[in-house]
Design a protein around this ligand. Structure first.
Ligand code: SDX
Length: 393
């Protein structure tokens, strides 16, 4: 079949690239960005600082951070013509469908940052994508619920600006709750990058052909949408609601273990982690804090989630297969408490992951050895045979 190659469905043992961005030790349950542990970043840093770290390799000095935040803040607005692009969708379109379309369409609006051979254009495209993604996600939501778009306000920080664009209504006062804005920022931080997951690998593969950055990120968003990947946060909250009360949990656990039942515990299991996903630990703690601060700590969904986690982690099936809660298990509970519908959970993941996709894209382009991705296959079809005229078949 044209040379020697290994058969590795799902790429369980194939390294596709060298990278200096993110390190995961799946056995220990450790996640480092540029060497810094995710729990420290979630507690002490904030999203735009983590963006800088992922993009440029080191934590910024105060001056570098100020300059970076200024550059991001000055690109939050969308070209006014893009409002028509949103309006072309059906009102009931899923916000992820709108995001795939709108982000792909950015290459038609920002021609001056599509030349990937020009480092300056690459930089502008990176900043534009990080800056505009909250506006795009918020407008996808506003369009979906039939409300007017709220324009970005550059005096607000990244997370607060996003919340305002989602929940404010023009001509009415809206104060961003600082508890919610801090929780939102932490959710962004926890989702920022995760080495060569399916959507990041999609971005890298799309980019390997020389495609423009907006097309590559749109491809990443499309991949992320699947329920086995970023779509799991929406699926998980819907599952927890369907379970309803803790007494129903054993039935769902049995279904998840049944090979003949397609049902799987959403927000559970991971290709790399064979221990707790460290992001899920922070997310669980964050869910407790946020719900307590909002005075809704007796939230039934949170209680069901905790009980489900407890029962699953004592069950031989989950223990033997090393299946633990992942990043998507608790995030939906916080987003739900903030007032987001489940259809916005995956768009929020996409918004936050954009910096990871871009960091990986930039790293790939700056590697002089990079070449077009081209997996091979094991051909299992018919051997050579001669064509038979239709009247003779
Ligand atoms: C994300 O890769 C990343 O880094 C992704 C991510 C990121 O930040 O980018 O971390 C984000 O995508 C998190 C994962 C979200 N998905 C889900 O929560 C969906 C539910 N989880 C599973 O579908 C699954 O665990 C995956 C997709 C996450 C991992 O799939 P793998 O590595 O291909 O593992 P597998 O499906 O082959 O499972 C191994 C075994 C199987 O049983 P056996 O055939 O060996 O008997 O474990 C079982 C599976 O049936 N299993 C589960 C299960 N997950 C795996 N059984 C019940 N419930 C589950 N959730």
């Amino acid at each position: 079949q044209g040379g020697v190659f290994t058969f590795d469905p799902g790429y369980t043992s194939t390294a596709s690239c060298e990278s200096t961005i993110t390190f995961i030790d799946g056995e220990k349950g450790e996640l480092l960005h540029r060497g810094y542990p995710i729990d420290q970043l979630a507690e002490k840093s904030h999203f735009l600082e983590v963006c800088y770290l992922l993009l440029y390799g080191d934590l910024p000095t105060p001056a570098q951070l100020e300059d970076f935040e200024f550059r991001v803040t000055n690109h939050t607005m969308l070209h006014e013509q893009m409002t028509y692009f949103f309006r072309g969708f059906r009102r009931d379109a899923h916000p992820m469908a709108i995001m795939v379309g709108v982000v792909g369409a950015m290459s038609a609006f920002y021609h001056d940052s599509t030349d990937i051979t020009d480092p300056w254009q690459r930089e502008v495209a990176s900043i534009r994508l990080i800056a505009k993604m909250p506006t795009i996600a918020a407008w996808a939501y506003k369009y979906h619920i039939g409300q007017p778009f709220v324009y970005p306000r550059n005096d607000l920080d990244y997370a607060a600006n996003f919340l305002r664009m989602c929940f404010a209504v023009p001509a009415e006062e809206y104060e961003v709750n600082p508890i919610l804005s801090r929780a939102m920022d932490r959710i962004f931080t926890l989702h920022a990058d995760h080495e060569q997951n399916a959507s990041t690998s999609t971005v890298r593969l799309a980019s390997s052909s020389g495609a423009n950055p907006f097309a590559c990120i749109a491809a990443g968003i499309a991949c992320l949408w699947g329920p086995a990947h970023g779509g799991a946060n929406q699926a998980c909250l819907e599952m927890l609601r369907e379970i309803g009360t803790p007494d129903q949990i054993p039935e769902y656990i049995e279904r998840a273990k049944d090979k003949d039942d397609p049902f799987r515990l959403m927000g559970f299991g991971h290709r790399v982690y064979k221990n707790f996903d460290p992001r899920a630990k922070v997310m669980k703690q964050s869910a407790d804090e946020v719900l307590e601060l909002l005075g809704i700590e007796d939230n039934p969904t949170l209680q069901t989630a905790k009980e489900l986690e407890r029962i699953a982690l004592e069950d031989d099936y989950f223990v033997d297969k090393k299946l633990y809660p992942n990043v998507d298990f608790y995030s939906g509970i916080i987003l739900d408490a903030m007032g987001f519908p489940t259809s916005m959970f995956t768009p929020i993941f996409a918004l936050a992951r954009t910096v990871g996709w871009i960091s990986q894209w930039k790293e790939q382009l700056s590697d002089p050895a990079h070449k077009i991705g081209r997996p091979r296959q094991l051909y299992c079809g018919a051997t050579r045979r001669d064509y038979v005229e239709v009247e003779n078949r």
